[in-house]
Design a protein around this ligand. Structure first.
Ligand SMILES: Cc1cc2nc3c(=O)[nH]c(=O)nc-3n(C[C@H](O)[C@H](O)[C@H](O)COP(=O)(O)OP(=O)(O)OC[C@H]3O[C@@H](n4cnc5c(N)ncnc54)[C@H](O)[C@@H]3O)c2cc1C
Length: 363
């Protein structure tokens, strides 16, 4: 995994960043390596990775390509929740296919007017004879251009006026789906981000994941694992920054000596190493709880909050240690600095993670 990531994947990721093209070209390789099957049970042909191993793998991928890391993180959190919450008679066939490149998954909650507060979504589901029909528009959807499957949050309006939140698996090959690429992202430019318009999309009744009214609960479980994934994406970026800092501090000379000999520069490296180690420890703690079947939301939020904020500080220092060289595209830390930025925003902003942690402490 490391040999692949630190070999050809780094170069490909640099190219996607410059051209703003999709990482989809490596999906067949990811399939071959089993990386699309990490969170698929062995009974469905997957690798059934425990969270700790999964986090370590995402870290390695992200060291080379934060764009591929988030692609895998989103795909895996969807396959994981389906293995627990999808209709039993559908699971085998769905999960059996989802290890393949042409069955990539996406998670579609956010909308233009509903980000931190998903209860504000406008995507509406109505009942048909034996299923549902949905209309709405999802925004910011990772994997949105290549995904076959969209785990989608909608509001079912057949009860009271408020309706009930429901999670549904939408087949991207259904009629009425329109995908539009979001261009001009600051970072993770190889990762696909799209607006997904849903016009009168028909969904079979057994594509409901969890029950009617359980959309919020299913989202929370999905994001709990997802946040460990994003934290691992952040540590991968942070470690790449740290390694670049160490190397540069050895070879760059000023005032007749390597800049690493100056205490101010050494301190930036030392602080980064400590924060990276602390991030990994928080991830391990959250992953252990999930593996032990004792997942709790604050632990994953702590890992996500700390690791993503730390990755941004470490990327900032990496640019600083490189001086003017850190400010130009030719130097990889310039890209890593931009790639790190989104990690404190998606799958719950840092402010939302703090809210989840504090709420957990009140209970
Ligand atoms: C590249 C990218 C990929 C994404 N991928 C996906 C995806 O695959 N699927 C998906 O569903 N979504 C995805 N998102 C959306 C992402 O999850 C949201 O952008 C995020 O949850 C924040 O929502 P928002 O952008 O609407 O910001 P807002 O919710 O409008 O927040 C704006 C600011 O207000 C703060 N704020 C809001 N509410 C509170 C509060 N209660 N307390 C304190 N501060 C608050 C926020 O922290 C933030 O600083 C992606 C976003 C990006 C940029």
């Amino acid at each position: 995994m490391r040999a692949y990531a630190r070999g050809e994947l780094i170069d490909a990721d640099r190219r996607w960043d410059v051209d703003e093209t999709s990482m989809a070209e490596v999906l067949p390789t990811l399939e071959q390596m089993g990386l699309l099957s990490l969170s698929i049970p062995e009974s469905a042909g997957g690798l059934d990775c425990d969270m700790k191993t999964y986090a370590a793998l995402l870290h390695e991928v992200s060291y080379a390509s934060p764009s591929v890391a988030v692609t895998l993180s989103v795909h895996s959190m969807v396959t994981s929740i389906l293995s627990k919450q999808a209709a039993a008679h559908r699971r085998g066939a769905w999960l059996g296919a989802m290890g393949r490149a042409d069955n990539l998954c996406a998670f579609a909650i956010s909308e233009a007017d509903a980000g931190s507060d998903p209860s504000g979504i406008g995507t509406a589901a109505e009942r048909t004879g034996d299923g549902f029909r949905i209309n709405g528009e999802k925004m910011w959807i990772t994997n949105g251009l290549s995904a076959r499957w969209f785990l989608t949050l909608a509001r079912l309006r057949d009860g009271g006026p408020e309706g009930e939140l429901c999670m549904m698996l939408v087949d991207g090959r259904s009629r009425g789906i329109e995908r539009t690429k979001i261009r001009g992202k600051m970072g993770i430019r190889g990762s696909e981000t799209a607006v997904i318009a849903l016009h009168e999309v028909e969904i079979p009744g057994d594509h409901l994941v969890g029950g009617v009214g359980e959309g919020g609960r299913v989202s929370a479980i999905t994001l709990n694992e997802g946040r460990v994934g994003i934290a691992s994406q952040a540590t991968g970026i942070a470690e790449a920054c740290l390694d670049q800092m160490i190397e540069y501090a050895k070879v760059r000379r000023q005032f007749g000596q390597p800049i690493g000999r100056f205490q101010a520069v050494a301190n930036m490296i030392a602080d980064s190493a400590v924060e990276l180690a602390a991030s990994k420890a928080l991830i391990a703690s959250a992953a252990d709880k999930i593996d032990a079947g004792k997942a709790d939301l604050p632990s994953s939020s702590m890992a996500k909050l700390y690791a993503t904020e730390a990755a941004n500080r470490i990327a900032y220092r990496a640019v600083q240690v490189h001086g003017g060289m850190g400010y130009v595209r030719e130097c990889r830390v310039e890209q890593l600095y931009r790639d790190a930025r989104v990690t404190t925003i998606y799958e719950g902003t840092s402010e939302i993670q703090r809210y989840v942690i504090a709420k957990g402490l009140r209970q």
